[in-house]
Ligand binder design. Structure first.
Ligand code: ATP
Ligand code: MG
Length: 313
């Protein structure tokens, strides 16, 4: 059966400090491993919203890789895209949270950084409805970028809706290089999910309005959703723009907000809802994502997201 949603990128587990303000440069307690990696958080959120979903990526043939695989199986994802490499270890992100809301990371990308053409199984692309790519994945390495370009061509040929979230990570790739690396994905995408800062850094425009106007002129069938953290998001289409307010929640762990937002938006679009309703569901998924500790703990099932939305009306 064809997939609704496919993505590709870094498979990871996260190991986090047990409390806030425990720096990573001193001994201290950790909790984890928790299944993670932005594309995998995205794919799990899509599955919990009822989509037939998969992510392409690599783990080691070790216990951490098994931890991620177990989670994907539990959530009913198609796991054919997850490869276990016998000679590599699973990627790990060590994370500490500060009282001011900032995060510190130590990354060991390991197998997570390993993408290759032979992972692009035809069965994952046959009849595919939506292909979503994140800039963070394109920023990992030239090899990863090239494999994602090949995947993009397969998805375009399959007639899939193409979605792109720039997820700019300047520490991996400076914005001026990212602009070049992301160009093919930016122009192929009919759904773009940037933050305002990313939009300005990735285009030559000097205002959001100009950036959006240029992108809409290039592809009038396009939807641009600019995420604005606690403010919610703004949806731009050729026929106008609309602000869609967020939901008020207590932020516990910001990891995964953007990924869950993306999955919420695309799941709703694929289900045939209006862009504004899709943005509302996306805001709810993004808000719920920050209410739980653990990268995938805030990705809620459809019924729970709908209950939350009803309770906030
Ligand atoms: P990420 O670091 O995950 O890539 P991002 O910077 O791309 O995040 P944000 O704009 O921070 O994306 O968050 C995405 C969406 O999640 C927001 O548009 C909003 O709907 C929701 N969201 C994020 N943080 C909060 C919050 N504290 N309260 C309510 N909603 C939030
Ligand atoms: Mg983001």
């Amino acid at each position: 059966m064809p997939l609704d949603i496919l993505t590709i990128g870094e498979a990871l587990v996260e190991v986090m400090r047990t409390d806030i303000d425990q720096p990573l440069d001193q001994p201290g307690p950790f909790t984890g491993p928790y299944p993670s990696g932005a594309p995998f958080i995205f794919a799990v959120q899509a599955a919990r919203l009822g989509m037939r979903s998969a992510a392409i990526g690599s783990v080691g043939a070790d216990a951490f890789g098994q931890c991620l695989l177990n989670q994907l199986n539990m959530d009913g994802l198609v796991t054919d895209g997850l490869r276990q490499l016998p000679d590599q270890t699973t990627g790990v992100a060590f994370v500490s949270y500060q009282a001011d809301g900032s995060r510190d990371f130590v990354f060991s990308l390991g197998a997570g950084g390993n993408l290759s053409s032979d992972m692009l199984l035809p069965a994952l692309f046959d009849g595919l409805r939506c292909f979503h790519v994140m800039g963070s994945t394109l920023s990992m390495s030239t090899e990863a970028l090239n494999v994602c370009r090949e995947a993009l061509r397969l998805a375009v040929n399959a007639g899939a809706l193409i979605s792109f979230d720039p997820n700019l990570r300047p520490e991996l790739l400076p914005p001026e290089e990212a602009r070049f690396a992301f160009a093919e994905f930016m122009s192929a995408a009919t759904v773009l999910l940037p933050t305002a800062a990313e939009l300005l850094q990735l285009t030559t425009a000097d205002s959001i309005k100009q950036a959006v106007d240029n992108l809409l002129a290039e592809r009038p069938d396009r939807t641009i959703v600019v995420t604005r953290g606690t403010e919610g998001c703004t949806v731009y289409k050729a026929n106008g723009a609309i602000d869609v307010p967020s939901y008020a929640v207590d932020e516990v762990d910001p990891t995964g907000a953007g990924d869950c937002f993306d999955a919420g938006f695309l799941s709703a679009i694929l289900a045939g809802t209006s862009t504004v309703e899709a943005a509302q569901l996306a805001n709810a998924c993004g808000a719920l994502a920050v209410t739980a500790k653990g990268p995938m703990a805030g990705a809620k099932a459809r019924a729970e997201v709908e209950r939350f939305m009803a309770s906030q009306r």
